[in-house]
Design a protein. Structure first.
Length: 384
C-alpha cells in the first residue's frame, strides 16, 4: 500500500503546523511586498542611486541599443526600453531596479516549482518591478507589470540579501515573482557573492534573455525554472506579447551548458491547451533537451485580464501528462492541484514512488544518493 495523501487521512500535529505556516506565509507574501526575512516588516525607503546597465551599445551620442533581452530595444535619450527598467540618460543606459527589491520572502523551493533541486528545503525569494513580457494572465501583475517608481521598494544591497539567507540558514537564493532579467546587474552581483559564501542560487525566468548575458550569468547559477508558456507563435504574440523562438533558444543553451533546469507550462483553457500543440511541445523537448528534463503542467486559475476563463479541468492536465509520458519524458508533474498523485516523483525504471509531495510537505521515500533504492536507477537532479 502506498502512503495516503494528506487529503485522505488526518493530519499529524507537525504536518498541520507546517501547512499553517506555509499558507500564512503565502498569504502574507501576496498582501505585502515589504517583508524582509522572517517576521520583519520594513517601512518604505527612498530609491537608491542609479547604476549603469550592462549589455548595451551606443549607436550615436543620444541613442543606445539594449542587448539584454531578445527585444534589443533602440532607446533615445530620455526614454526607456519596453520593460521600463532601463533608461537612456544622455547616451548612458541605466538600470532603474538595481538594489530595489519589492518582495523578499522565504518559500519552499517546490513553489518555483523545482522538484529535482534540493527538495524539501527553503529558498530566499526576491523580486523587483517590471517585466519584458506582457502575459495577460500574470498572477504577479501588480509588481511585474508596473514601472519601478509605481511600486514600493526595499533598498537592499547584495551583501544584505546574502546575509539574510545566511542568518536564516536558507541554502538557496531565488530570483522570482517577476522576470529576473529586469534586475540583471543586481542579480549578477548577488549570485557572485552568494557563491563565495557557499550559497546556491536559482531563478525563475520567461526565457527571453539574450545568449551572451545568460552565458555570463550561468557560472554562478545552480538551477533554473523556465516558463515555456505555450508552443505556438500565435499564443506568444496574442496572449504573452512576446516571442517563442528566444525561449526555445534559452532552453537549448541551458542544456548545452549543463545547468540544471526544469520546465513549467501553465495550461490555459482554450488558449494553449490544444492536444496537438502540447504533443508537439513534448516531442520537441525530448528531441532537443532530452527525456530527463522535468516538465510541470500547472493548473490555471483566473487572473489579471483572463478572469473570464475557468480553471483548467483536471482531465486536461492529466491528458497532457499522458502525452508527455508517451513522448518519452521521464519526469512529468501536475502542479497547482494539491494532493494529486502526479505531484510525486516516480522512478522511470521500476515505477516506485521516490519523493512524496502533499502541498509543500516533502518526504523522501526511496531516493538514496541520487538513485532509486529499489532498482538503483540514477535520478537526475541536485539532491545534496
Amino acid at each position: 500500500m502506498g502512503r495516503k495523501s494528506i487529503l485522505e487521512r488526518p493530519l499529524t500535529r507537525r504536518e498541520f503546523l507546517k501547512l499553517l505556516g506555509l499558507f500564512g506565509g503565502w498569504l502574507f507574501a501576496l498582501s505585502t511586498v515589504r517583508f524582509k526575512g522572517r517576521g520583519q516588516t520594513l517601512k518604505a525607503a527612498p530609491a537608491e542611486g542609479l547604476r549603469e546597465a550592462l549589455f548595451y551599445e551606443r549607436l550615436s551620442p543620444s541613442v543606445v541599443k539594449c542587448r539584454l533581452c531578445y527585444r534589443n530595444c533602440l532607446i533615445p535619450s530620455g526614454k526607456r526600453g519596453i520593460c521600463f527598467a532601463r533608461e537612456n540618460r544622455d547616451g548612458t543606459l541605466y538600470t532603474l531596479t538595481y538594489g530595489r527589491p519589492v518582495a523578499i520572502h522565504i518559500d519552499p523551493i517546490e513553489k518555483e516549482p523545482l522538484f529535482h533541486f534540493l527538495p524539501g528545503t527553503d529558498t530566499l525569494c526576491e523580486g523587483s518591478a517590471t517585466c519584458n513580457f506582457g502575459c495577460e494572465y500574470c498572477i504577479n501583475w501588480e509588481i511585474a507589470l508596473r514601472k519601478p517608481e509605481e511600486v514600493e521598494s526595499i533598498p537592499t544591497t547584495a551583501e544584505e540579501l546574502v546575509q539574510i539567507a545566511l542568518q536564516e540558514s536558507v541554502p538557496t537564493i531565488c530570483f522570482t515573482y517577476n522576470e529576473p532579467t529586469q534586475q540583471y546587474e543586481y542579480v549578477l552581483e548577488v549570485v557572485r557573492l552568494a557563491k563565495e559564501r557557499g550559497l546556491r542560487t536559482t531563478f525563475h525566468t520567461n526565457g527571453g534573455i539574450n545568449p551572451k548575458p545568460l552565458e555570463y550569468l550561468l557560472p554562478y547559477i545552480n538551477s533554473v525554472a523556465v516558463d515555456l508558456k505555450g508552443f505556438t507563435n500565435e499564443f506568444y504574440r496574442d496572449i504573452v506579447h512576446a516571442e517563442l523562438a528566444p525561449v526555445l533558444r534559452t532552453l537549448e543553451l541551458l542544456r548545452e551548458r549543463g545547468v540544471w533546469f526544469e520546465i513549467v507550462n501553465l495550461v490555459i483553457p482554450t488558449l494553449n491547451d490544444n492536444p496537438d500543440d502540447i504533443s508537439r511541445m513534448c516531442r520537441w523537448i525530448v528531441q532537443h533537451l532530452g527525456p530527463d528534463v522535468p516538465l510541470h503542467f500547472s493548473r490555471f486559475f483566473p487572473s489579471y485580464k483572463l478572469t473570464r476563463l475557468p480553471p483548467t479541468p483536471l482531465q486536461t492536465l492529466e491528458r497532457a501528462y499522458e502525452m508527455a509520458k508517451e513522448a518519452g519524458i521521464n519526469y512529468v508533474y501536475i502542479g497547482n492541484v494539491p494532493g494529486h498523485k502526479y505531484a510525486h516523483t516516480y522512478c522511470p525504471s521500476c515505477g516506485e514512488r521516490l519523493i512524496s509531495r502533499q502541498l509543500f510537505l516533502v518526504t523522501n521515500e526511496g531516493l538514496v544518493g541520487g538513485r532509486c533504492k529499489h532498482c538503483g536507477q540514477a535520478i537526475p537532479g541536485v539532491w545534496e
